[in-house]
Design a protein around this ligand. Structure first.
Ligand code: 218
Length: 187
């Protein structure tokens, strides 16, 4: 199989996994972390930005196919389900240094690089949710609370929880036993 084809097949597998994890109930309403961010970051660190962005886009689109979209306005849906999910792929910006460190068995350095990539991706994604929160979700703010503060607290909590989840997962996966998850052939 060509490397491109392998990457596309992997994109399909990892986005399916991300979408399955998106079905974990929002146990803390909009404060809940996004479990699907884990496979998306892992995939982006395997295959880089181009395929990462493709996987992010597919993950967002799967929400439409499976009826998991919270619709308030067309522009809100475009920001939160296209832009925001697409943004997760920028974790791939650090895929090359990440892979190099992993191949050199510099696991600690690899973790730091992967953590930086995850932070970049999750911050960017939740920045879009914050913006959408200010513009579209303000009516849900408790009386007397500014929409900026409300959106910051909600999306900041969810973003931080998501980041912690991804960082713990990276720490568990960047081990001699599990790191083959990341090592992609042909990179
Ligand atoms: C203040 C606020 N409340 C709700 C939303 C909507 N939101 C937040 C995070 C993630 C997602 C995508 C689906 O998981 C959505 C729609 C918001 N942006 N702001």
């Amino acid at each position: 199989m060509s490397k491109n084809l392998i990457s596309f097949v992997e994109a399909a597998i990892f986005t399916s996994l991300a979408m399955i994890l998106s079905f974990i109930p929002d146990f803390a309403s909009w404060f809940s972390p996004s479990f699907g961010a884990i496979p998306l970051v892992v995939f982006s660190l395997r295959r880089g930005t181009k395929y990462g962005l493709l996987a992010g886009l597919l993950w967002g689109l799967l929400h439409f196919a499976l009826g998991k979209v919270y619709y308030l306005a067309l522009s809100q849906v475009l920001i939160e389900y296209i832009l925001a999910f697409l943004s997760m792929g920028i974790a791939g910006l650090l895929a090359t240094p990440f892979q190099k460190k992993l191949q050199a068995n510099q696991n600690k350095q690899a973790f730091i690089t992967g953590a930086l990539a995850a932070t970049l991706a999750v911050l960017t994604r939740y920045f879009w949710h914050f913006i959408a929160g200010v513009i579209f979700w303000g009516s849900y703010a408790p009386k007397g609370t500014s929409v900026y503060w409300y959106s910051f607290v909600v999306n900041g909590t969810a973003g931080l929880a998501t980041l912690i989840l991804v960082l713990v997962s990276l720490a568990l996966l960047i081990t001699p036993q599990a790191k083959s998850f990341f090592l992609a052939k042909g990179r």
